[in-house]
Design a protein around this ligand. Structure first.
Ligand code: BG6
Length: 513
């Protein structure tokens, strides 16, 4: 290759390769069910406001909050203003944004409510000029998903492209069912009126920039992909550790536990991002197809040799940041003899050519030593050490770490010489910080989710076949957690503020190095 070609490449790589947010987003109405709830005030409205301020909300656009509480639209606006942070509402553009907000009091299970809502939305659409396009965001407890989706379909609100209608989309958040059977029932209800391309199943981990970046790192660079397999990789660790406890969510968490709360969704998605085959193109269909293929390779937990592949734990009292904290069983709303796991470690095997024999350690727990989310690719040791005579056998192997929180970036550790007359090696790092040298706008997870939905882009959302494969894999594990005769013995207790049950401390201290 000539020098000219090289300098052209260098110049070309100076400019970021970007696909931009289209400046012609379709106008639309955004209907939020659960509008007086926490998710709306903490995440959805701030995300919509930020999109508005950055000019990334479609024009025209109106946001309609729906909830059981009786409120006027003015009261709704005031309420959000007081619930959103002062930094947000102090900005001069709040009043302009607030004029887009409306409120409707509704009864979630009353057909008449939806008939009246349909009339209201039709009138508003004509008045504002949103071309019949509509998003329904279900920020409600999951037991209401089938109720609301069913009623929307009956009222004709799920229909698209007929009688003056544009597109219609529905957003729901995990949990997508409680197990495989209930996930299928939920899906059937959603599909009564909505087609698969209209359904957006959020996994907020997929909206994280650093999670998306694993795919760019793998498939936009050529140096690692040839080594991304059983010949070079010793094991993979995927960790989502939290220092927070169950907080005020005991009602939900007692039913869910760590496996449903974190593994059925976030951790399996991270696994798929790290382990899938290269998709043929950057399209939602191709990428989600590859993830599905990967989920089909999960070795069932009932297979021989998997007996010690699962460790479940529950936090007892301990200290976080020097402060005494209660054990799980002492938390408000938790049964004093609860057997709900707040921690799980799964050693997952993938039965395909690329990954045969490579263990994937998936770990997540509450009240661990600190909040830290990362993916660790541990490479194999050098096959032969020429330093053996001088340094012995121990040479640290390379490791690639994708930091999601608090470190957002990538670290490659390798061996280097210690300066000086003696022959010594030390482990050192090459690092990349995701936001360093970057001053452009950054989308928060919910901004990304909402924007993708407005664009009809499903790449970073779950597809139903993936949801079902995840449950198929986890249902037998949940059976062990919930129905086996020695549940009490299965559960290992750990001190809050530690790195989990003693059975996994070695693994965790190595992964969190
Ligand atoms: C949620 C779980 O999906 O993810 C919570 O329900 C958990 O229990 C949270 O705390 C963790 O998300 P993040 O983005 O803080 O890592």
């Amino acid at each position: 290759m000539g020098a000219n070609k090289i300098s052209e490449d260098v110049r070309a790589s100076d400019a970021p390769a970007c696909s931009l947010i289209p400046d012609n987003l379709d106008p639309c109405l955004i209907v939020i069910f659960g509008a007086t709830g926490d998710l709306t005030a903490r995440k959805l409205i701030p995300a919509l406001f930020d999109l508005f301020v950055d000019g990334n909300l479609p024009r025209p656009c109106s946001i309609i909050g729906c909830g059981r509480t009786s409120l006027t639209s003015d009261e709704f606006r005031q309420r959000l203003k007081s619930k959103c942070s002062s930094e947000l509402t102090a900005q001069s553009r709040w009043d302009e944004f607030a004029s887009l907000l409306h409120y409707r009091t509704i009864q979630y299970d009353a057909a008449a409510t939806y008939e009246a809502l349909a009339i209201f939305l039709r009138e508003l659409d004509q008045q504002v000029g949103t071309s019949g396009n509509i998003i329904f965001d279900l920020a409600v407890p999951p037991e209401l998903y089938p109720v609301i989706a069913g009623r929307l379909s009956e009222a004709g609100l799920a229909a698209e492209n007929e009688q003056g209608k544009g597109w219609a989309r529905i957003i729901i958040e995990k949990p997508f069912g409680h197990d495989l059977a209930s996930a299928k029932v939920l899906d059937e209800t959603l599909h009564q009126g909505f087609k698969e391309h209209q359904i957006f199943r959020i996994d907020h981990y997929l909206a994280k920039e650093t999670v998306q970046n694993t795919m760019m790192f793998r498939f936009a660079n050529s140096i690692f992909e040839p080594r991304w397999n059983r010949n070079y990789i010793d094991y993979v660790g995927i960790v989502a550790a939290e220092d927070l406890g169950v907080g005020t969510r005991a009602g939900y968490y007692e039913q869910a536990g760590a496996v449903r709360d974190m593994f059925q969704n976030h951790l399996l998605q991270l696994l798929a991002m790290i382990a899938m085959e290269p998709p043929a193109s950057f399209s939602a269909r191709q990428i989600r197809d590859e993830k599905i293929k990967l989920l089909k390779c999960l070795r069932p937990f009932s297979a021989p040799g998997q007996e010690d592949a699962l460790v479940l734990g529950q936090y007892g009292p301990g200290k976080i940041n020097g402060q005494d904290v209660a054990g799980y069983r002492q938390e408000a709303g938790v049964a004093p003899d609860s057997l709900t796991p707040t921690f799980a470690m799964m050693r997952v095997s993938l039965d395909n050519w690329r990954w045969q024999g490579v263990p994937f350690y998936l770990v997540s727990g509450k009240r661990l030593a600190r909040k830290d989310t990362r993916m660790v690719i541990q490479f194999k040791e050098v096959p032969h050490s020429m330093f053996r005579g001088v340094l012995g056998d121990q040479i640290g192997a390379n490791r690639l770490t994708f930091g999601v929180f608090p470190e957002e970036g990538i670290r490659l550790s390798f061996q280097a010489k210690v300066p000086g007359p003696r022959i010594c090696l030390r482990t050192t790092d090459l690092g990349f910080k995701f936001y360093e040298d970057f001053s452009g706008p950054v989308l928060a997870a919910y901004e990304k989710v909402l924007l993708d939905c407005m664009q009809g882009e499903q790449m970073f959302f779950w597809r139903q076949d993936g949801v079902e494969l995840a449950w198929e894999f986890l249902d037998p594990i949940l059976e062990v957690c919930e129905q086996c005769s020695d549940r009490g013995r299965q559960l290992k207790f750990y001190e809050a503020g530690s790195w989990g049950p003693k059975e996994v401390r070695g693994l965790l201290s190595s992964l969190m190095d």
